[in-house]
Write a protein that binds this ligand. Structure first.
Ligand SMILES: Cc1cc2nc3c(=O)[nH]c(=O)nc-3n(C[C@H](O)[C@H](O)[C@H](O)COP(=O)(O)OP(=O)(O)OC[C@H]3O[C@@H](n4cnc5c(N)ncnc54)[C@H](O)[C@@H]3O)c2cc1C
Length: 399
């Protein structure tokens, strides 16, 4: 890899962690990272819940399970070494009705199979940890933590710049082509020539893969997650992290309560179709993005199959009362007047042509190109290990 040139698309946590692992493994390689926005971590990474996930939910042996467990350790080590605040505060996953108990048990067993330290709590024990939570049984996961991923990215950016990585913000890649064995990425400012091109473009990763001549089977469908913040006087309702029992068929975890590292408590997110890939307000609309979503057979199949669930999420988006009703299942004492609107995030979720949500992380290798095509939660937790995996793929491509 000595002297090899790598261009990375995307200044979110995956692009940055990949650059970090590449420079660690091959200090002599030349890395350029191109980010279209004027700052790092502007999209998914800067708008997420800030949870260091334990890995409890994921199918044993899946890329999510493996990368989350390993990535969490690496993220903690990085934060420790660099003085980035993080906290291992623990989390409870709460069943509020009998019908959820089999799923709660399945999550517990998955956690054990993944090596996650966790235990079952009966109601008294649950209320000792989270006095305001309702529940008939819960899982306690002491090793779940919280961190500010944007802050991690800013520190990463400083380290990379010091190591000679050419970090360029405000450089949108508008073209990508192979010329012989070289990859040429074009921006408004010129062309960047590389031996390896790595696509970590999040909400636009499928478009970049298409630009590079490798249209992926699965396409990104953007799902907005809206949040509220608990008013300061209501923060006593949640000590740490209170989550519902999710439907393991879906990669979304249901509305929950999350204490953030800055002490605020976030409630949400729901999951509604976004009519713009970067449309953070309910009224944001992009004709191009919407036509692309509805023109895709996989998205149409998904909406047909899960119409009822989608309408429920939409209802919670339009009606604060409905949102609060979902929150009150977990914490009955929360009231509508204690919730203040907060920011939203958009998940880049790949959907297969069959209409199935791609459950696991998806990384593909093409000659001279590596594309990260599905990296939803827990990809922030997993970032350093995904970066290590991508760096290894670059090494293999060379040998
Ligand atoms: C609401 C929400 C909550 C979440 N909560 C958690 C959590 O608690 N814990 C966790 O582990 N994960 C969580 N996630 C998932 C996590 O945030 C993402 O998996 C992770 O941030 C993905 O990182 P990324 O670098 O791939 O994407 P991004 O952060 O979206 O970065 C991609 C970057 O590529 C840039 N880009 C796109 N196109 C181009 C182009 N043409 N040229 C140049 N640059 C381009 C974008 O501007 C962007 O900065 C959450 C996600 C959301 C949306």
């Amino acid at each position: 890899m000595r002297g090899e040139r790598v261009v990375i698309a995307g200044g979110g946590i995956l692009g940055l962690a990949t650059a970090y692992r590449l420079k660690q493994r091959w200090p002599d390689c030349s890395v350029t990272l191109l980010e279209k926005e004027g700052a790092l971590a502007t999209h998914q990474t800067g708008r997420n819940s800030g949870v260091l996930h334990s890995g409890i939910y994921y199918r044993p042996g899946s890329l999510k399970a493996l990368n989350c467990r390993e990535g969490k350790r690496q993220m903690e080590a990085f934060c420790e070494a660099e003085g980035v605040p993080y906290e291992i505060c623990g989390k409870v996953i709460v069943a509020t009705e009998e019908a959820q108990l089999p799923m709660l048990q399945e999550i517990y067993e998955r956690g054990r199979a993944n090596g996650v330290g966790c235990s079952i709590l009966e109601p008294d024990a649950l209320r000792r940890l989270e006095p305001a939570a309702a529940g008939i049984r819960a899982i306690h996961v002491p090793e779940t933590g919280i961190v500010d991923y944007r802050r991690v990215c800013l520190v990463l950016g400083e380290r990379l710049a010091a190591q000679g990585v050419d970090l360029r913000v405000g450089e949108a890649i508008v073209g990508l082509r192979a010329v012989g064995r070289e990859q040429v990425a074009a921006t408004a400012d010129g062309e960047f020539v590389a031996d390896h091109f790595i696509n970590c473009a999040g909400l636009h990763c499928d478009r970049l893969a298409r630009m590079g001549g490798h249209p992926p089977d699965a396409r990104i469908v953007p799902f907005r997650g809206e949040y509220f913040l608990l008013a300061p006087k209501a923060r006593h309702l949640c000590r740490n992290l209170i989550y519902p029992v999710p439907d393991l068929e879906f990669p979304f975890l249901g509305v929950h309560f999350t204490r953030r590292i800055d002490g605020t408590i976030e409630c949400g997110p729901n999951a509604v179709l976004a009519f713009a890939r970067e449309g953070y307000r309910k009224t944001d609309f992009s004709l191009k993005d919407t036509l692309e979503t509805f023109g895709y057979v996989g998205a149409r199949r998904l909406f047909r199959e899960h119409l009822r669930m989608g309408l429920g999420e939409l209802h919670r988006s339009i009606s604060k009362r409905a949102f609060v009703k979902a929150l009150r299942r977990l914490v009955p004492g929360v009231r509508e007047d204690q919730l203040e609107p907060a920011t939203a995030g958009i998940r880049a979720q790949a959907v297969a042509p069959s209409g199935k949500l791609v459950d696991d992380f998806l990384i593909t290798r093409r000659p001279g190109q590596i594309h990260v095509l599905n990296a939803p939660s827990p990809a922030a937790t997993s970032a350093f290990n995904i970066g290590r995996t991508v760096a290894a793929l670059v090494g293999e491509a060379r040998s």
